[in-house]
Design a protein around this ligand. Structure first.
Ligand SMILES: Cc1cc2nc3c(=O)[nH]c(=O)nc-3n(C[C@H](O)[C@H](O)[C@H](O)COP(=O)(O)OP(=O)(O)OC[C@H]3O[C@@H](n4cnc5c(N)ncnc54)[C@H](O)[C@@H]3O)c2cc1C
Length: 198
C-alpha cells in the first residue's frame, strides 16, 4: 500500500513523506543543578540562567525574543549567541539580539531562510528562472521571513530588510522583474545594496 493513514482512518495518496521529528534539548544536567527549565534551559537576554554563576547558549537555551521566548536550533545562532554570552561572562553586559537565519544544502537545492515566519498570514512567491524561487512571509504589512531556494540574492535582500525593520510592498516582491538591489537602495544607507552575492 502507498499513502498515508491519518488518525481519523482516512487515507491520503502521497508521492513522498517528510518526517519532521524535531529535537529535545538535553536538560538533565541543568535540571540536576536546579536551573529553571522552560523549553530548554531558561536564560535571560544576557545568557545567564536562574543561577547567576551558570550561563547557557545554543540549541539548549531558551531566551527572550520580542514578546516571547524561543529556542533556535541552528549553527549561526549557536555561534552568535555563544560569542555574546562569552563576552557577558567577562562583563560585557550586552543583550543577545537574535537575527535568525538558517541554511541547508539538500542535493542540488540551497535552502536559505531569514527571519522566523511564526504568525504569518500571507506568503508572496517570487519565482525566478527555475529552480530559483523565494517565498516572503508577511503578517499584515510586516515582512517576517524569507525562504529562498537557490536564490542567494533574494535571501540576502530579505535578510537585510528584515534586520533593518523594513517591509517591501508585496506587489513589488511578487514581480520577478523587480531588482532586489533597487529595494535595498530605496532605503539608502540604512540597508546597503548587495555587491557581492550572485
Ligand atoms: C541532522 C541535523 C541536521 C542539521 N542541519 C543543520 C543545517 O543544515 N543548518 C544549521 O544551521 N543547523 C543544522 N542543524 C542544527 C545544528 O547542528 C545545531 O543547531 C548546532 O549544532 C547547535 O550547536 P550547539 O553547540 O548549541 O549544540 P550541539 O552541537 O548539540 O553540542 C552540544 C554538545 O554538548 C554535549 N552534551 C550534552 N549534554 C552534556 C553533558 N551533560 N555533559 C557533557 N556534554 C554534554 C553533546 O554531546 C554535544 O556534543 C542540524 C542538526 C541535525 C541534528
Amino acid at each position: 500500500m502507498t499513502g498515508a493513514i491519518l488518525t481519523d482512518n482516512s487515507t491520503l495518496d502521497v508521492d513522498f513523506i517528510i518526517v519532521g521529528v524535531g529535537i529535545m534539548p538535553a536538560i538533565a544536567l541543568a535540571e540536576a543543578a536546579g536551573l529553571t527549565i522552560d523549553n530548554g534551559i531558561a536564560v535571560d537576554a544576557f545568557g545567564q540562567t536562574s543561577d547567576p554563576s551558570i550561563w547557557a547558549a545554543g540549541d539548549c537555551a531558551s531566551f527572550p525574543y520580542r514578546d516571547t521566548r524561543i529556542r533556535l536550533e541552528s549553527v549561526p545562532n549557536a555561534i552568535d549567541q555563544a560569542e555574546c554570552v562569552a563576552d557577558n561572562i567577562i562583563g560585557a553586559e550586552k543583550p543577545y539580539v537574535a537575527k535568525p537565519w538558517f541554511w541547508s544544502d539538500q542535493y542540488d537545492v540551497k535552502l536559505q531562510i531569514a527571519g522566523l515566519n511564526a504568525g504569518y498570514d500571507r506568503v508572496v512567491a517570487r519565482h525566478g528562472e527555475a529552480p530559483r524561487a523565494s517565498f516572503w512571509y508577511y503578517q499584515g504589512d510586516t515582512l517576517l521571513a524569507v525562504d529562498a531556494m537557490n536564490d542567494p540574492r533574494g535571501y540576502m535582500t530579505g535578510k537585510r530588510l528584515i534586520e533593518a525593520g523594513y517591509s517591501p510592498d508585496p506587489e513589488v516582491i511578487a514581480d520577478p522583474a523587480s531588482d532586489p538591489n533597487t529595494l535595498l537602495k530605496a532605503w539608502g544607507s540604512l540597508v546597503a545594496p548587495i555587491a557581492d552575492v550572485r
